[in-house]
Design a protein around this ligand. Structure first.
Ligand SMILES: NC(=O)c1ccc[n+]([C@@H]2O[C@H](COP(=O)([O-])OP(=O)(O)OC[C@H]3O[C@@H](n4cnc5c(N)ncnc54)[C@H](OP(=O)(O)O)[C@@H]3O)[C@@H](O)[C@H]2O)c1
Length: 139
């Protein structure tokens, strides 16, 4: 599910825990939307631990029990993103980060039927385009 500092899925997490369902974050950094990498609170917490904002966000997920598979196209960032197992956020810091939640998607509403219709159409169009690309290659 979409889980990041601005859309923390608190209720969903409670239910997932209750029924032993493992929550995994897609877009664990919210793809940077809304300024996740530049957030002042996260930066301030990072300064205390000598960590960058990406590492604070990943550590927060891990301490909540949310699986993270962050994506980066930069080798140095991949290394940074692994380097989150040598510190622990305090309960106070975890509680401060919890306050950043807006309980709103940074992408689009999955409950809006018009949006779902648009999304399905977009996926279908992509499938069609990919198919014609493959057909071209076979010629
Ligand atoms: N979002 C979706 O719709 C979706 C759907 C299905 C699966 N997933 C999977 O979920 C995983 C991650 O999702 P995502 O790529 O959408 O979002 P994300 O992990 O929240 O954000 C990826 C972005 O963060 C940047 N980044 C990564 N590490 C960084 C660091 N240490 N410092 C600064 N910037 C950093 C990356 O830039 P650079 O690449 O330039 O470093 C990239 O722009 C991927 O494995 C993806 O395949 C996502």
């Amino acid at each position: 599910m979409e889980v990041h500092i601005f859309n923390q899925q608190k209720q969903l997490k409670e239910y997932a825990d209750k029924y032993h369902v493992q929550l995994e974050a897609w877009a664990p950094f919210g793809e940077g939307r809304g300024g996740t990498f530049d957030n002042e609170l996260i930066k301030g917490i990072g300064d205390k631990y000598g960590k960058i904002t990406a590492q604070i966000m990943l550590r927060w997920h891990i301490q909540r029990g949310v699986v993270v598979i962050p994506k980066s196209t930069h080798y140095e960032r991949m290394v940074e993103n692994y380097n989150v197992f040598d510190f622990e956020l305090s309960e106070e810091d975890m509680n401060e980060i919890a306050k950043l939640d807006t309980a709103t998607s940074s992408f689009f509403s999955h409950q809006d039927p018009a949006m779902v219709e648009w999304f399905v159409k977009m996926v279908e169009e992509r499938k069609q385009n990919n198919r014609s690309e493959k057909e071209k290659k076979n010629w």
